[in-house]
Ligand binder design. Structure first.
Ligand SMILES: [Zn+2]
Length: 89
């Protein structure tokens, strides 16, 4: 099933003219090409979304790694502070 490019009424695939308004319809070849393009766009969009998700996951992973490093550095500092006794005390 397709839709008239002029009036929007539904008609069968392959008709050359709309039975409602008589407007010439895109050929099957054009329709097939448009469908293929639409499918490609859909796939590209999905890939871009997936890449965005991956980039977000990467960012979260980097943040988490930085947080763990900061935590480890804090622990080392605390240990050093506890062990450190200034001379004369
Ligand atoms: Zn029409």
């Amino acid at each position: 099933m397709g839709f008239c490019i002029n009036c929007g009424n539904q008609h069968h695939d392959g008709v050359r003219f709309c039975r409602f308004c008589g407007t010439g319809q895109p050929s099957e070849q054009l329709l097939a090409r448009l469908r293929a393009e639409a499918e490609q766009i859909r796939l590209l969009r999905m890939q871009m979304q997936q890449q965005q998700v991956n980039a977000q996951n990467d960012a979260y992973a980097r943040l988490e790694a930085m947080r763990q490093q900061a935590e480890a550095a804090t622990q080392v500092n605390n240990q050093q502070n506890q062990q450190y006794r200034p001379p004369g005390w």
